[in-house]
Design a protein around this ligand. Structure first.
Ligand code: DGL
Length: 238
């Protein structure tokens, strides 16, 4: 089991930032990554549809012998993680949660901006995270589905990408946000551009390193860490 790979899936290439953070922290692990580009974007799909897609990816990853599944997508986590855990109680799942907590703790202005998809904002997980961790802090939100298309096209900079990022980020900063939470795994790919647009006025909060630490904690607790792999990284694109 220890030598088995860690499985990841997302609606496209976004979740690669999560996989890469895991690879950085756990270089002796093998990985399998599913980029469901054929069905991208997930953000505006009904949750039941995202759930069905997620179940299919989990079946594929388990058939490939994965010892853990990282739902490297905020939208799919919001729509499906409870159902996945119920269906496969023996499989450890790690999901995404917008990093509202660290942003709220560090905010000096008392205003935190969150960028995510419609599906994430509509989910129970997001509401609960804000209710638990954003007490006394104002959370301003922005549906930034257009960032997903930019990242899928590999357009991480340039006039069009910058204009799009500016249109989403400026209102959050104007509302007083001094932290910008990237609540979609596609968005860290645009982090350098977002940081440039924010120009020191707000800090960009990337959840990937915290997710990687959670993967490590769970595998360590199950004595399932690998010490001899790290050379096999499969990438499946639908
Ligand atoms: N990367 C995804 C997320 O974290 C989904 C983006 C999309 O397909 O809309 O929410």
């Amino acid at each position: 089991m220890n030598a088995a790979p860690i499985g990841f899936f997302d609606s496209g290439v976004g979740g690669l930032c999560i996989r890469d953070a895991v690879r950085k922290l756990l270089p002796a692990e093998d990985t399998v990554y599913i980029a469901d580009s054929a069905n991208c974007p997930y953000g505006s799909r009904p949750p039941a549809e995202v759930r069905e897609l997620a179940r299919g990816h989990v079946r594929t990853l388990l058939a490939k012998g994965c010892k853990m599944v990282v739902v490297a997508c905020n939208t799919a986590t919001a729509a499906a993680i409870d159902a996945l855990r119920a269906e496969w109680p023996d499989v450890p799942f790690v999901g995404m949660e917008p990093a509202v907590k660290p942003a709220a703790l560090q905010s000096k202005s008392g205003v935190v901006g969150v960028l995510a998809t419609e599906g994430t904002f509509n989910g129970r997980l997001y509401r609960e995270t804000c209710a638990r961790f954003a007490k006394g802090v104002t959370v301003v939100t922005c549906v930034a589905d257009s960032f997903v298309a930019l990242v899928e096209r590999g357009e991480l900079d340039g006039p069009e990408a910058e204009a799009e990022v500016r249109a989403k980020v400026e209102p959050l900063i104007a509302a007083g946000a001094d932290h910008l939470v990237l609540g979609c795994t596609h968005f860290p790919h645009l982090a350098p551009l977002i940081a440039r647009v924010a120009a020191g006025r707000a800090k960009v909060v990337d959840p990937a390193p915290a997710v990687a630490r959670q993967v490590k904690r769970i595998l360590a607790a199950r004595n399932a860490l690998n010490s001899s792999g790290g050379s096999r990284h499969e990438f499946i694109r639908t």
